[in-house]
Design a protein around this ligand. Structure first.
Ligand SMILES: [Zn+2]
Length: 444
């Protein structure tokens, strides 16, 4: 099919795409513990039907013991054609309290060219993008297609380990992860790096029980004060991560503006940004560290007492090139060494997830750049993602020959994981066209 035909086909199918998306958004497929398993299963079945409707006749559920099923399927391309694996996920984050939503989370509602609803962007837009790109070829794509739509991306995913234990079904020449977005609406963007994750749990115990701060305060170290002194050493005076031995590098893609960062992160007026290097460096090429949890008495009604025990969870984002497990060990070592006055503390190493950096000089990237240019009418940029997608690193390991492309319709205004999540319908249309063109160009 020619470029113009694909463009017309995508434009024509948008009402159908929208219907497909809305159908999926209506099912509350939250995968986190404590939520019912039935809606994810219903969504998986709806995804099977959707894939069948675009020509993936063998679309089916792959059951995963103790987890939500993954939807898989494939289409044979012409003899000798390369293989492209399309990945997205159908599970969603919990909606959070109703009050925050301007329209109900699971009732897709259009406002100003965007469809609002939990999962409208993350990542049901990715599911319909893949389906629509296949629909554009009327069931006869120019490449061999494998589809993997998982149901546990937002929770402890069984697929992460499955990929490493069963690499065969994931072999491909190109893997398209449809679960990111442009840095701004209509600014074509390839996400080429992901930071990894390194987590430590810190516990401090100094007294048998809470005791009166008037009678005992002074000589005895208060556990919370010990912990605070430790945590305060994680950043230096400039606001850079102070853990020694960590690697970082200089970012060479999109120069993410301070203004955009402030706006999308919601940094309050007057609050300075911290750390050194460009915003892109700090987001994608350097480590960052956050205390993500702290056990301490509630401030409201707090008694005048020394705190016997305190605990914190420290989470570090790790740039590509830095081994995540080594980073976790360095973090643990730093925390132990930072305990004041010789107080004994317990540091337990938690989760570690590898960072990822895509090779961007292969045929797949060439085809993707060309596809984006033709779909959007402008050159694409490369950006990193500060977060982690553990599956991507595992796919890179399991299918070392595959190029990995990350893109999609999750622009910053999509507010994924927040109230009023949404997808821009025009942006989705551009993404679908770009993906259809990618399949075409990659086959040539
Ligand atoms: Zn996602």
């Amino acid at each position: 099919m020619e470029k113009g035909e694909l463009k017309a086909a995508v434009a024509d199918m948008m009402p159908q795409v929208r219907e497909d998306l809305e159908r999926l958004v209506r099912i509350p497929s939250v995968s986190l513990p404590g939520f019912p398993a039935e809606p994810p299963r219903e969504t998986a079945n709806a995804v099977v039907e959707l894939l069948k409707s675009v020509g993936v006749a063998n679309a089916r559920l792959r059951e995963i013991k103790g987890g939500n099923p993954t939807v898989v399927g494939g289409l044979e391309g012409p003899e000798g054609a390369p293989t492209v694996l399309l990945y997205a996920h159908y599970d969603v984050q919990p909606p959070g309290p109703d009050e925050g939503w301007k329209s109900p989370a699971f009732e897709p509602t259009e406002r100003g060219g965007r469809i609002y609803g939990r999962g409208a962007a993350d990542d049901k837009s990715g599911v319909v993008m893949h389906a629509a790109a296949l629909r554009a070829f009327k069931g006869k794509p120019p490449v061999t297609i494998k589809v993997v739509i998982e149901g546990e991306e937002e929770t402890d995913s069984h697929l992460d380990a499955f990929v490493l234990d069963n690499p065969e079904p994931f072999q491909a020449d190109l893997i398209v992860i449809g679960d990111t977005g442009n840095w701004k609406v209509r600014e074509p963007t390839l996400t080429t790096t992901l930071r990894g994750l390194a987590v430590c749990d810190v516990r401090v115990a100094t007294l048998k029980d809470a005791v009166h701060s008037g009678m005992y305060g002074g000589p005895a170290p208060d556990a919370l004060m010990v912990l605070i002194k430790m945590l305060s050493t994680l950043l230096d005076d400039a606001g850079d991560v102070n853990v020694k031995g960590l690697d970082s590098y200089k970012w060479e893609g999109l120069d993410y503006s301070e203004h955009t960062y402030r706006e999308t992160a919601g940094v309050l007026p007057g609050v300075p940004l911290i750390g050194s290097g460009s915003v892109s460096d700090r987001l994608w090429a350097k480590p960052s560290v956050t205390v993500i949890g702290l056990d301490a008495p509630a401030a409201e009604g707090a008694p005048n007492a020394l705190i016997p025990e305190a605990r914190a969870v420290v989470s570090m984002r790790v740039p590509p090139g830095q081994d995540a497990e080594k980073a976790r060990a360095l973090l643990a070592e730093h925390l132990r060494a930072s305990a004041p006055w010789g107080v004994q503390v317990t540091v337990t190493e938690g989760q570690a997830g590898p960072a990822f950096m895509a090779g961007t000089d292969g045929r797949g990237y060439e085809a993707a750049r060309r596809a984006m240019k033709d779909a959007y009418g402008k050159d694409s940029v490369m950006m990193g993602q500060g977060g982690s997608i553990p599956l991507v690193s595992n796919l890179a390991q399991a299918a070392p020959k595959a190029e990995i492309i990350m893109w999609g319709a999750e622009d910053p205004a999509a507010a994924i994981h927040s109230d009023n999540e949404s997808v821009d319908i025009g942006e989705l249309q551009h993404c679908i066209l770009a993906e259809a063109l990618l399949l075409k160009y990659f086959s040539e």
